[in-house]
Ligand binder design. Structure first.
Ligand code: FMN
Length: 173
């Protein structure tokens, strides 16, 4: 796919085929996440690969019973590594940069999944404490996004976007 086509045709996919996704595709997705920009190139994020049904179903509950999550093939739990960024940037690293690093990586991973013919959805609505308990995530690390992955079994109509005029401010807000 051409670059603009990848950007424009990526959709949040919430219905998946019962078809196995190979681990080497997940590795390709994560490798492209690593190429995302990050504050000071500190790359203050980590990812937990979740494939086991029991864990997927627990995470689905922690995400308020969204059924499509347990029916996916993989969940990538993208975590902001607060300490890693705070060591270099203090409070701004802990509160902002690590989340931005994780988010930039997340977007790279969503686009890569789409380019590989997979479907993915960024899920931000979940109980953080529950996810930390399920996955044994330490206090210095914060799960910020779930990337739900599988082969797509839907082709959603593109949701509307704001116009460029609505988004742009010239010279001042
Ligand atoms: C920060 C963030 C949080 C999101 N959280 C959820 C979520 O909890 N559940 C969900 O189904 N989709 C979630 N989404 C996906 C959005 O609903 C989706 O990107 C938006 O409606 C635009 O649709 P599109 O991705 O198909 O272009 C989230 C997206 C972002 C960027």
């Amino acid at each position: 796919m051409e670059f603009n086509e990848i950007i424009e045709t990526r959709r949040s996919i919430r219905k998946f085929k019962d078809k196995n996704v190979e681990m080497d595709l997940i590795e390709k997705i994560i490798l492209n996440g690593i190429w995302a920009p990050s504050a000071g190139n500190i790359q203050s994020w980590d990812v937990i690969i979740v494939q086991e049904n029991e864990n997927k179903s627990k995470i689905s509950k922690a995400a308020y019973m969204r059924d499509f999550i347990s029916k996916s093939q993989f969940i990538l739990v993208v975590c902001a590594n607060m300490e890693r960024s705070a060591e270099v940037y203090g409070e701004r690293g802990r509160e902002l940069y690590c989340i931005q690093d994780a988010s930039a990586a997340t977007q790279n991973m969503l686009l890569t999944a789409h380019n590989l013919g997979l479907g993915a959805c960024w899920v931000g609505s979940f109980n953080e404490d529950a996810v930390c308990d399920i996955l044994n995530i330490p206090k210095s690390v914060r799960p910020v996004a779930l990337i739900i992955i599988g082969y797509p079994d839907e082709k959603p109509y593109p949701p509307t976007r704001r116009s460029i005029d609505e988004v742009i401010h010239i010279e001042k807000y």
